[in-house]
Design a protein around this ligand. Structure first.
Ligand code: ADP
Ligand code: ADP
Ligand code: MG
Length: 502
């Protein structure tokens, strides 16, 4: 059995860094943050027990700089590293490097990560374990002729997918052969640029589907549990926007059946720690496995609200060699939880990124409300990193209580200076089909949600103009009062900013 973890370096930033730091505080674990030039004033830096500067703003030179991060962890005497999500969290070289340096990686083994990171390899393992997958090519497709041949057999429309893809990138739709030929080159190039490999495969494009996933946890003693489902069908560009649990179409019997398949899928790849098995569900109720995400998921708090469990605590327990402290039948689902991903994007302009200073913000609270965010008044949203600025969650005894609480919390949530996805969610919370639970991954287009939102455009433009004025006023006020710039603000604070290697 591994020793108890007494210090953790968090190899991430933003809300997820704060999430892990909070857990460390609860457990009496020393928390160690890292930060780039861009994040000198970030709140995770202040909240951690210690913080180390690791490089310039560009992720490749900071939050993706594995060697520097591991060196920093060693210098700080960290027992373990938590990778969060994104950045290095699914890079199989990271657990390997941690292990070589005597640091516990809070996540799966390099081997399990390698299999799950390769969607083709993972599908093969699932097929052998009799887990249903989406029909398509059996392996990577080298040339467009072969792709056309397989697509013809599977029947159009088809999707071209990057075998190493993630975050909805590298996925392209082809309705016919002509389009397939056009998209093939672009998809290869996109995959190469984003994931380092051009490897593509073909999958039948399933229509009017729901994205339903199961939260998993597995320990080093071979125990695996699922923590029920999350429905994540409301998406844009194959990326999740709203998640909820339970799914309106999953009854207890289905939950047990698919949950068992998910646990089996995790066992088939000898999975360790927290992960997620993603499925697509067609209108006939068939489930198809698509992938395992080998990390803590963005939407993990949805599961925390309905199970009462703390997933980060569980991750730490499993990472230090403990057994999962409950049986499958001990778990009960309580009420309903909804999450809206508040992105710094303009939903009126095709989700264009919107960055800059946030002079003020008002964060909602009250019964059944949880907000995971890195925002604070006078903070700045950087264009270097992910657009997620906050996760707004509500819990209710049933769906409608959670939904109404969400609508009200969205009304209270004010973020000045930037545009966010909040107006979109306000529209959805009042939309008939959402209320009925008629969800699918094409929900936004199918129900013309953008047209329904259009009435708010004027309000938004006004907001934007007044916010810009407020930002300028507040910034000058701030500088006047404190007589400070960002740099000496950092120097005045109590953060340690020793670089471990330089
Ligand atoms: P989730 O399933 O947790 O919702 P997402 O697909 O939204 O996950 O991705 C979570 C985060 O990880 C996002 O910030 C996304 O940009 C990032 N991400 C996901 N996959 C990759 C990848 N293969 N490479 C780099 N970043 C990724
Ligand atoms: P990523 O690794 O980028 O998360 P996934 O394979 O998990 O990619 O798929 C992301 C999203 O793309 C799904 O939630 C779904 O909306 C859509 N998608 C993926 N595969 C299919 C498919 N075969 N048919 C229809 N939609 C799909
Ligand atoms: Mg996915």
């Amino acid at each position: 059995m591994a020793e108890k973890i007494s210090s953790i370096l968090i190899a991430n930033r933003g809300e997820i860094a704060l999430r892990v730091i909070r857990c460390c505080k609860e457990l009496g674990i020393r928390s160690i943050a890292i930060y780039s030039d861009e994040d000198v004033r970030a709140i995770h830096v202040k909240r951690a027990d210690e913080a180390y500067h690791i490089g310039p703003a560009a992720p490749a030179q900071s939050y993706l700089n594995m060697a520097k991060i591991v060196e920093t962890a060693k210098g700080a005497g960290a027992d373990a590293i938590h990778p969060g999500y994104g950045f290095l969290s699914e890079n199989e070289n990271f657990p390997e490097m941690c292990e070589k340096n005597g640091i516990i990686f809070i996540g799966p083994t390099a081997k399990a990560m390698e299999v799950t990171g390769d969607k083709m390899k993972c599908k093969e393992v699932m097929n052998n374990a009799k887990v249903p997958t989406v029909p398509g090519s059996d392996g990577i497709i080298e040339d467009v002729e072969k792709a056309a041949d397989i697509a013809h057999k599977a029947g159009y429309p088809v999707l071209l997918k990057s075998a190493f893809g993630g975050g909805g990138r590298g996925i392209r739709l082809a309705n016919d052969e002509k389009q397939l030929r056009q998209e093939f080159e672009m998809a290869s190039a996109e995959s190469k640029a984003a994931f380092g490999k051009a490897a593509l495969f073909v999958e039948k494009y399933l229509q009017r589907i729901r994205h339903i996933e199961f939260q998993l946890i597995r320990d080093s003693h071979g125990n695996g549990r699922h923590l029920f489902e999350r429905e994540c069908s409301i998406q844009r560009r194959h990326q999740k926007l709203i998640e909820m649990s339970p799914s309106p179409v999953v009854d207890q019997k289905t939950r047990e059946r698919i949950g068992e398949i998910a646990v089996r899928a995790a066992a088939a790849v000898d999975y360790l720690n927290a992960g997620t098995a993603e499925f697509l569900r067609d209108p006939e109720g068939n489930f198809y496995f698509i992938e395992i995400n080998s990390r803590l998921q963005v939407e993990h708090p949805v599961t925390e609200l309905v199970t009462g469990l703390d997933l980060v605590k569980l991750q730490i327990a499993v990472a230090q060699g403990e057994e999962i402290p409950f049986k499958q039948e001990d778990l009960k689902m309580n009420g309903c939880a909804i999450e809206c991903r508040i992105n710094a994007e303009d939903p009126f302009y095709d989700f264009a990124p919107s960055v800059g200073p946030v002079p003020t913000c008002n964060i909602p609270y009250g019964p059944g409300v949880r907000v995971d965010t890195y925002l604070y008044p006078t903070c700045t949203v950087s264009g270097y990193y992910d657009s997620l600025v906050a996760k707004l969650l509500t819990w209710g005894r049933h769906f409608d209580e959670a939904r109404v609480r969400m609508r009200n919390a969205l009304d209270e949530f004010a973020i000045e200076g930037i545009n966010t996805t909040i107006p979109l969610y306000k529209t959805i919370m009042e939309e008939d089909n959402f209320i009925k639970g008629d969800l699918s991954t094409d929900y936004l287009d199918r129900f013309k949600i953008f047209d329904k939102m259009a009435g708010d455009v004027k309000e938004r433009t006004k907001d934007r103009a007044s916010a810009a004025v407020a930002a300028v006023l507040l910034q000058s006020e701030f500088v006047k009062k404190s007589g400070t710039t960002e740099n000496n603000a950092a120097a005045r604070s109590k953060w340690k900013s020793r670089g471990a290697t330089s």
